[in-house]
Ligand binder design. Structure first.
Ligand code: MG
Length: 135
C-alpha cells in the first residue's frame, strides 16, 4: 500500500511521486497496464476536453482538464523512465533549452518587435537546429 494523505496543496515533486506510485508494484492495475500506444487515445480525449473548456470559457474546468493532459504526459514520461529511455527531468531540460535557444529576443539581447518577427526568428532557429547547425 502507498499511504498518501489528502492535503490542500502539493508540489510538482509530489505529483511525480504519485505518478510513480500509480505505476509501481503496489500501484493501480489500469495505470500499470498503460503503454505509449494506449495513452494516445487518452491524450487526444483529454486535449479535446481542454478545447471544450476553452470554448465554454470555463476556467475551473480548464484547470482540471489541463491537469488531465499533464497526467498523460507524466505517464508517458514514467513509462520512458521505467524503460531507461529518458526521464521527466530530460523532458523539462530539453524544453527549457529549446525555449531559451528559440527566444534570443528574450534571453540573448536580440530584438523582435512583433509577433511575426518572433515567429520568423523561431522558424529560422528551428531550421538551423534541423540542419544540425545549432543545438
Ligand atoms: Mg478530463
Amino acid at each position: 500500500m502507498n499511504k498518501r494523505e489528502m492535503k490542500d496543496s502539493y508540489t510538482f515533486e509530489e505529483l511525480r511521486e504519485i505518478i510513480a506510485d500509480l505505476r509501481g508494484e503496489n500501484g493501480c492495475p489500469w495505470d500499470r497496464e498503460q503503454t505509449y500506444e494506449s495513452l494516445k487515445k487518452c491524450l487526444a480525449d483529454e486535449t479535446e476536453e481542454v478545447f471544450e473548456a476553452v470554448d465554454k470559457n470555463d476556467r475551473e474546468n480548464l484547470c482540471e482538464e489541463l491537469g488531465d493532459v499533464l497526467l498523460i504526459l507524466l505517464l508517458n514520461s514514467q513509462i520512458a523512465s521505467e524503460e531507461g529511455a529518458f526521464t521527466f527531468d530530460d523532458v523539462i531540460t530539453g524544453l527549457c533549452r529549446k525555449m531559451i535557444r528559440r527566444h534570443p529576443h528574450v534571453f540573448a539581447g536580440e530584438k523582435a518587435a512583433t509577433p511575426e518577427e518572433a515567429l520568423d526568428r523561431w522558424k529560422e532557429i528551428k531550421r538551423q537546429e534541423k540542419a544540425g547547425l545549432i543545438r
